[in-house]
Write a protein that binds this ligand. Structure first.
Ligand code: MN
Length: 483
């Protein structure tokens, strides 16, 4: 998937009162802004200029076209002049694409010595956009409002962030999630209503017997499996004690089967459970890790919500520096500045590896299967977000915590899994309490590429509740809000 294949349409509203000459100016200015935004590297999608709209019928036509255009993931709307907002009602009510309301002005400076009424008539977004803002507020439409001169870096960055969220939403609406087996028995937070999720997010989740996967694995020849093991040996460090050919061959066969199953079914995310592995000799470890590194969403124990979230986060992060992974708050260090050791049984994505991963084969404490192969590494230092999608009684909630990844204080010679160590903001004490009050899961999507703003924009588009835990979080306020 390439973000440059996706389009955001740049749409300007006006009216006929200004006359043809003024409208020609409006179109010319809008074209320049659209071309400039399209050329910005901070905006990963295509920005496409659309003719200026001056009537209700034109607005409705444009919205219909946007709804039907496969590659159109959203609109940027701007009122260069005054565009009486009743003309937007029918169109906006029918619009199924997300939109960003850009509040900008073609000129940066006021021409103090030459300003006249013609200039005032042409450059009146200051009140034209307020008229438009009223109707979007009155219609209670999800939207992002960005204010600033169109060449300013912060304006461009905010549009770029929203465009990535819109791309994530586009993915969400088309995503298929494969679930091998069911939920880890008796676990609550990984359960949920798959029909509600499809209504809210568009993504579908369907179950498959693990035997279907085993069948697909067994269609690969030994030489194909050998070839993949050779690739493992080229790509990762393997210490002599982990050089266990039978285990590597088995892991490689699982990867070939999984990859083929997902490709052939058009899936973008998947989940499995260690309680349902009939016909698999080991829990998929390196296979899942490498598929995640190639962009698939994943979460363990039947957790389809987190699997979908990880895929959506990976799409939003395409091309950005830093990786994104399935993650779990695993254990704490309460000494010094309290911190979290995040990991999972096996399945952490090597896109967050600071250095070349080592391929290791260790026993798994639970599940009673053969020793699985997995990649072991540590995430690099820097800011990150962890996000959890949970289903509450009245709908879905996205809980986000801003964190700072640090390096482990000592070597971890006996820890057989990939990991990230982080300091939650504002502190573990407040962040973990806030997370628990908010009902956030133990599973998360972790990203060193995305920021809260990406997830905030996504939550707005998706129409779900967002709870952010950051440096400014006050526990008393958060607790009141969650109640
Ligand atoms: Mn887990």
């Amino acid at each position: 998937m390439k973000l440059k294949d996706l389009e955001v349409w740049f749409v300007t509203g006006s009216q006929h009162l200004y006359g043809a000459k003024a409208l020609a100016h409006v179109a010319e200015n809008s074209q320049k802004i659209a071309a400039s935004l399209d050329a910005e590297s901070a905006i990963a999608v295509k920005i496409v200029f659309k003719p200026v709209l001056t009537t209700s019928d034109q607005v409705s036509d444009l919205c219909r076209q946007a709804n039907n255009a496969k590659n159109c993931i959203g609109l940027v709307l701007w009122m260069h002049t005054f565009s009486p907002a009743k003309m937007w009602i029918a169109g906006l009510k029918s619009l199924t694409r997300p939109f960003l309301h850009l509040h900008t002005q073609f000129n940066r400076e006021l021409p103090w010595s030459s300003i006249d009424m013609d200039f005032m008539n042409l450059n009146q977004a200051a009140h034209g956009d307020r008229e438009f803002g009223f109707i979007t507020a009155r219609l209670r439409l999800p939207r992002k409002v960005v204010v600033g001169f169109w060449q300013n870096a912060d304006t461009v960055a905010e549009i770029g962030t929203w465009a990535r969220a819109a791309a994530g939403w586009h993915e969400s609406e088309h995503l298929k999630v494969a679930r091998f087996g069911d939920n880890m028995r008796d676990v609550a937070v990984t359960e949920g209503n798959k029909v509600s999720a499809e209504i809210q997010f568009g993504f579908s989740v369907n179950g498959y017997g693990v035997g279907d996967l085993v069948d697909r694995m067994n269609q690969f020849s030994d030489s194909e499996v050998d070839k993949l093991v050779a690739e493992y040996r080229d790509s990762y460090t393997i210490a002599e004690k982990h050089n266990r050919p039978a285990s590597l061959l088995n892991a490689a066969r699982i990867e070939l089967g999984l990859r083929a199953f997902l490709e052939e079914g058009g899936f973008g995310a998947f989940t499995d459970t260690f309680q349902d592995l009939h016909g698999l000799e080991q829990l998929p470890g390196i296979a899942v890790q490498r598929l995640m590194a190639d962009g698939y969403g994943f979460a363990g124990e039947g957790d389809w919500k987190t699997a979908a979230l990880v895929r959506i986060m990976k799409v939003m992060a395409l091309g950005l520096k830093g990786g994104s992974s399935f993650m779990e708050d695993y254990t704490y260090d309460f000494s010094g500045t309290p911190k979290v050791l995040g990991s999972h049984m096996l399945e952490i994505c090597p896109s967050i590896a600071a250095a070349k991963p080592s391929l290791e084969v260790h026993p798994l404490g639970i599940g009673g299967k053969a020793d699985p192969a997995r990649l072991v590494f540590t995430a690099p230092s820097g800011p990150a977000v962890v996000a959890s999608l949970v289903e509450m009684r009245d709908g879905f909630r996205l809980v986000v915590n801003e964190v700072d990844v640090v390096q482990p204080e000592e070597d971890l010679p006996n820890l057989p899994v990939a990991r990230a160590v982080w300091l939650p903001r504002p502190s573990l004490k407040i962040a973990a309490a806030a997370w628990i009050y908010a009902g956030g899961a133990h599973h998360t999507g972790f990203s060193q590429a995305l920021t809260t703003e990406h997830l905030e924009d996504f939550a707005e588009i998706a129409g779900i509740e967002l709870i952010v835990i950051d440096a400014d979080t006050r526990l008393r306020q958060l607790r009141r809000r969650c109640r």
